[in-house]
Design a binder for this molecule. Structure first.
Ligand code: PXP
Length: 240
């Protein structure tokens, strides 16, 4: 599996003290050059609480590995993505007050808008991934709106792992496997992410044919103790 490193929380730390340090591009280049990350992910949130517009343009200009832009499905973000041209966009639900992305995108309620949205991105050679729960109806809809990838939301799995709820965890892992297999059977490529860490990530290997894991918070947290290069290398070793 490939590892996409989400560097949002480098920006969280930077923004805590007047946007001076740490330098986001420098961090991304360490992930790329020293950690051998396969990709860099950033979430440009509506409230710009961590990543800001200038960040994504700077990353796009300097990175050699793919830039994946996570964003909400709205006209403002579409305009930015079409101008920036990241390698891929991962479409996520967004609520202003949430701590992080809670729950997957509901394609059913916004189907036509999402379909047109994906069409516009694809026309500019931007691949699209939809961040969804491992729900068979949502997966079927993902195919109908012509996305190339889905990213299965592993937030529930990660919470159950943390709570040491073994039966709940097994159930959720089965749901993720079933979702991945169904998605692949109808021609979708499958990634996964959210809440993955150094302890729980090995279970992702039990889900067949996942292409990429997008991991942020645990890597940046680990970097405080071992440095960013080592944190990325260690995760790469667990994921490959
Ligand atoms: N994938 C998506 C779609 C996300 O929204 C996030 C959080 O920004 C992640 C992966 C990474 O989650 P975490 O920071 O918990 O590893």
């Amino acid at each position: 599996m490939k590892l996409g490193v989400n560097i949002d929380h480098i920006a969280t730390l930077r923004n805590a003290r007047g946007n001076i340090e740490p330098n986001l591009l420098e961090a991304a280049l360490v992930c790329q050059n020293e950690g051998k990350a396969d990709g860099i992910t950033t979430h440009l949130r509506e409230d710009r609480r961590h990543i800001i517009d200038a960040d994504v343009y700077l990353l796009k200009e300097h990175l050699k590995i793919p830039l994946n832009l996570e964003m909400a499905v709205n006209d403002e973000m579409l305009k930015i993505a079409l101008d920036l041209k990241p390698n891929s966009c991962c479409l996520v639900p967004e609520r202003r007050k949430e701590l992080t992305t809670e729950g997957g995108l509901n394609i059913v309620t916004k189907k036509e808008y999402i379909k047109d949205f994906i069409y516009e991105l694809n026309k500019s050679n931007i691949l699209v991934s939809l961040f969804i729960e491992p729900d068979l109806k949502q997966i079927e809809m993902a195919k109908e709106v012509n996305t190339q990838f889905i990213e299965l939301h592993t937030g529930k799995f990660s919470n159950l792992f943390h709570q040491n709820d073994k039966s709940g965890l097994n159930k959720e892992l089965s749901r993720l496997k079933e979702g991945a297999i169904y998605a692949q059977s109808i021609g979708l490529k499958v990634n996964a992410g959210h809440g993955l860490n150094y302890k729980n990530v090995y279970l992702m290997k039990t889900i067949p044919n996942l292409i990429e894991l997008n991991i942020g918070h645990s890597i940046i947290s680990k970097a405080i103790f071992v440095g960013l290069k080592n944190a990325v290398v260690e995760m790469k070793n667990l994921v490959k």
